[in-house]
Design a protein around this ligand. Structure first.
Ligand code: ADE
Ligand code: ZN
Length: 330
């Protein structure tokens, strides 16, 4: 039995496995430009974040109907459940779909068909987090937030993703203020490829409660001190960092040093179909590759539930935390 964990950094579009991509392409009459799943997998050699994003956005062409989004989410939830995920806070990128003529309702209602029944069907509780593409304009993000207003009963929070460098958090100050006024929780990618200043800005200007990635905080000891003192959770994605060359090899990943420094780290999968593993695979990889002790692994799992937005269901959170404490490593 795998260690129970919460997944807090997961792009649902990044769970599109090649097999499902071809199935949806056939269903929707979309041509993928790859002969088969093998040839598509060959394209999964990335130099950096942008080279991944190019393929990630291109493959979204196969997602057209509510059923497509439902199938995508159900496939993820089944895989996640099998790897110990008990709770998932799931990102989606509406602007990438709106730009292709797929309405907000199709995306949200399609995802909700799976998420709304996830506890019964998969034993996984869920939340939905709508991300803004930071390489699009602030006006586009604001229009997207407006379009999401009819669906806010299904959306817990907002996030910020896509190409980081050159798109600092401050660009989205007003959008995040508007999101906060609507009662939405706030997170943002920062310090993946961007500098530590983006982490500080995400906290001070956008008012985020968690930092997605945050790896580059290590370049600024005073920022590390602050993150430790304020117990700001970082949603790390070790296999993603290797594939996008943020670190050279898994053995070079600073996770052990970050835990040692007292940072509130969690381990997540980011875009598991592209980066070689789901949440449990990431935990297995850091256990084997970084020599983390059982106490450290339990700490990571505990952190994930504490950092989650389950403060609207403390009873459920307590149940998950009890499972973590009772877990016996094999
Ligand atoms: N969108 C999907 N995955 C992402 C990542 N790792 N960083 C930024 N944007 C993303
Ligand atoms: Zn991400």
């Amino acid at each position: 039995m795998p260690l129970p964990t919460a997944e807090l950094h997961l792009h649902i579009e990044g769970t599109l496995e090649p097999e499902l991509a071809f199935e949806l392409a056939a269903r929707n009459g979309v041509t993928l430009g790859y002969a088969d799943t093998g040839e598509l997998r060959e394209a999964y050699r990335f130099q950096d974040l942008q080279s991944f994003l190019d393929l990630y956005y291109a493959l979204m062409a196969v997602l057209r109907t509510e059923r497509d989004f439902e199938d995508l989410a159900n496939a993820y939830l089944a895989r996640a459940a099998a790897q110990g995920v008990r709770h998932a806070e799931i990102f989606f990128d509406p602007q990438a779909h709106l730009a292709r003529g797929v309405p907000m309702a199709t995306v949200v209602e399609g995802l909700w068909r799976a998420l709304g029944r996830s506890r019964e069907n998969h034993g996984v509780s869920t939340r939905l987090i709508m991300c803004f593409l930071r390489d699009e304009s602030a006006e586009s993000a604001m229009r997207t937030l407006k379009e999401a207003e009819p669906f806010l009963d299904r959306i817990t929070g907002v996030g910020l993703d896509s190409a980081e460098v050159g798109h600092p958090p401050v660009k989205f100050r007003e959008v995040y203020e508007a999101a906060a006024a609507l009662g939405l929780r706030r997170v943002a990618h920062a310090g993946e490829e961007g500098p530590p200043e983006y982490i500080t800005e995400a906290l001070d200007v956008l008012g985020v409660e968690r930092i997605d990635h945050g790896l580059r905080c290590l370049e600024d000891p005073r920022l590390v001190e602050r993150l430790v003192r304020d117990r700001v959770p970082l949603t790390l994605c070790p296999l993603s960092n290797v594939r996008l060359r943020t670190v050279d090899t898994l053995a070079d990943h600073p996770l052990p040093a970050m835990l040692e420094a007292g940072l509130v780290c969690t381990v997540n999968s980011d875009d598991p179909a592209y980066f070689g593993g789901y949440a449990g695979d990431n935990l297995d990889a850091v256990r084997a590759g970084l020599g983390l002790t059982e106490d450290r692994l339990r700490e990571l799992a505990r952190n994930s539930f504490l950092a989650s937005f389950l403060d609207d269901d403390e009873e459920l959170r307590a149940r998950y935390l009890a499972e973590v404490e009772a877990y016996e490593f094999g």
